[in-house]
Ligand binder design. Structure first.
Ligand SMILES: [Zn+2]
Length: 366
C-alpha cells in the first residue's frame, strides 16, 4: 500500500496492432526468394493433446505446418515416433519448394534440462519425466535436437517477434490450462541451476485456505488465473448468481471462453471472476516487479484474450504493492504471437545454437 501515485506509464494490455501472424507469418506457398527463406528450423510444440510442427525461417516467418495428436501412451518412444514423423513431414514439404531444414527444436510442456535433453517433469505427459527425450530424438532423426520448456520458449518468441521486440528484460506469463512463466534478463533466458526457473504460476498468492494446486502446494497463482481457474471459480459461485446467463450452462460444458463472452456482455458473475483473476495476477506481478525490475510483463495464453477485463485490476495491485519506480517502469502488455510463440522461441534457440544472448538485435543478426 505504499504507492499513492497512480500516474504511471504502466499500461494494462495495450491494444493490439495487426499481429505478426497476420502481417508477416503468412504460410509461404512460393519458392524461396532468398537464403533466409530456405534456411529453416523445424520447431515442434508438444502439447498434452496435440503437437504442432512448423518450418520457421531466420526472419521469423512460418512456412509449412503439420499437426498431429499426441499419443496417449505410457511409452515415451511413441512420443518420439510422432515428433520424428512430424519433423520428417515438414522436411519433405520444405524440400518441395527448395527449402532446407537445418535443425529441429522441440518445446515441451514441463521442465527440461536443456543441456542433457532430459525431461524433468511434464504433468500432462506422464511417460516423459526422467526420459532422455533429446537423445532419443537425436538418434531417431540423425541430428541434434534442442529441447525447451514451453513457457520459456514463449518468452523467447515474444521478445524475438512479438510484444517485447526491442526490450531486454521481460517476464512472460502464459495463462492457459495452467500458468507458465518465462524470465529473460538482460537478453538472456534464465533457466535456473536445474532448468526449473520461471514457475511464476506456482507462486503462492493466497496464504490462508488457498485452493490445492496440481503441484501439491496450496494457493498457487495457477489456481486463480488459469483457464481452469476461471471455470472453477465460476462454478463455485453459480449458486449465488441464478440470474447469470452462465447458470443455464451444464457445469461440464462451462469453458473459460464462455465466461469471457458472458463478461463482455456485462454478466456480473463473469465480471466478478475476472476481477478475481486480475487481483491474484496483480499480487504475483507486484512481487515479480519488485524482484526483477522488468521493462515489461507480457501476458499470453488463452485467458489473455480477456486481458481488457482483468488487466486494470492487475495494474492496480501492482501499483498498490510494488515499489513505485519499478511499478511505473513496467509495462503490462498482451502477447502478440498467439499459439506460435513457443514455436518461434524454439526456432530462435536453434538459430542461435544456444548462444547466450537472445536480444532482438542479436536475433536479427543470427
Ligand atoms: Zn502450484
Amino acid at each position: 500500500m505504499r504507492n499513492e501515485n497512480t500516474s504511471t506509464n504502466l499500461t494494462s494490455c495495450k491494444s493490439l496492432s495487426p499481429t505478426l501472424s497476420q502481417r508477416e507469418r503468412a504460410i509461404a506457398k512460393v519458392s524461396p526468394r532468398n537464403s533466409n527463406e530456405s534456411n529453416l528450423v523445424c520447431a515442434v510444440d508438444l502439447g498434452g493433446t496435440n503437437l504442432r510442427a512448423a518450418n520457421i525461417d531466420r526472419d521469423g516467418r512460418v512456412h509449412e505446418r503439420v499437426k498431429k495428436s499426441t499419443p496417449k501412451s505410457d511409452n515415451a518412444e511413441d512420443i518420439v515416433s510422432v515428433i520424428a514423423s512430424a519433423v520428417r513431414q515438414c522436411e519433405a514439404e520444405s524440400e518441395k519448394r527448395g527449402g532446407q531444414v537445418q535443425a529441429a527444436s522441440v518445446v515441451v510442456p514441463g521442465s527440461v534440462h536443456a543441456e542433457t535433453g532430459v525431461v524433468i517433469n511434464a504433468p500432462n505427459i506422464p511417460c516423459l519425466p526422467g526420459y532422455k527425450l533429446g537423445t532419443a530424438l537425436g538418434n531417431e532423426l540423425g541430428r541434434r535436437v534442442l529441447l525447451e520448456n514451453d513457457a520459456n520458449a514463449a518468452a523467447l518468441g515474444e521478445i524475438w517477434q512479438g510484444a517485447a521486440r526491442g526490450y531486454r528484460t521481460i517476464i512472460c506469463l502464459t495463462l492457459g490450462t495452467g500458468v507458465g512463466g518465462g524470465i529473460i534478463l538482460d537478453g538472456k533466458l534464465w533457466r535456473g541451476v536445474d532448468g526449473t526457473a520461471g514457475e511464476i504460476g506456482h507462486m503462492s498468492v493466497e496464504p490462508f485456505g488457498g485452493v490445492k494446486c496440481k503441484c501439491g502446494n496450496f494457493g498457487c497463482l495457477e489456481v486463480y488465473a488459469s483457464a481452469t481457474a476461471v471455470v472453477r471459480m465460476t462454478r463455485e459461485q453459480l449458486a449465488q448468481h441464478p440470474s447469470s446467463r452462465l447458470y443455464s450452462i451444464p457445469s461440464d460444458q462451462l469453458t473459460s471462453e464462455e465466461v469471457h463472452r458472458a463478461a463482455v456482455e456485462g454478466d456480473s458473475l463473469a465480471l466478478e471472476v475476472f476481477h478475481s483473476v486480475g487481483v491474484h495476477l496483480g499480487i504475483a506481478m507486484a512481487s515479480v516487479v519488485d524482484i526483477f525490475n522488468p521493462e515489461m510483463i507480457v501476458v499470453g495464453g488463452g485467458v489473455s484474450a480477456a486481458c481488457d477485463l482483468f488487466g486494470g485490476y492487475a495494474k492496480e495491485e501492482v501499483m498498490k504493492r510494488a515499489f513505485p519506480v519499478p511499478a511505473q517502469r513496467c509495462l503490462i502488455t498482451k502477447a502478440e504471437c498467439g499459439d506460435d510463440a513457443g514455436l518461434l522461441g524454439a526456432a530462435l534457440l536453434a538459430f542461435q545454437k544456444r548462444e547466450p544472448d537472445f536480444s532482438h538485435e542479436n536475433a536479427q543478426k543470427a
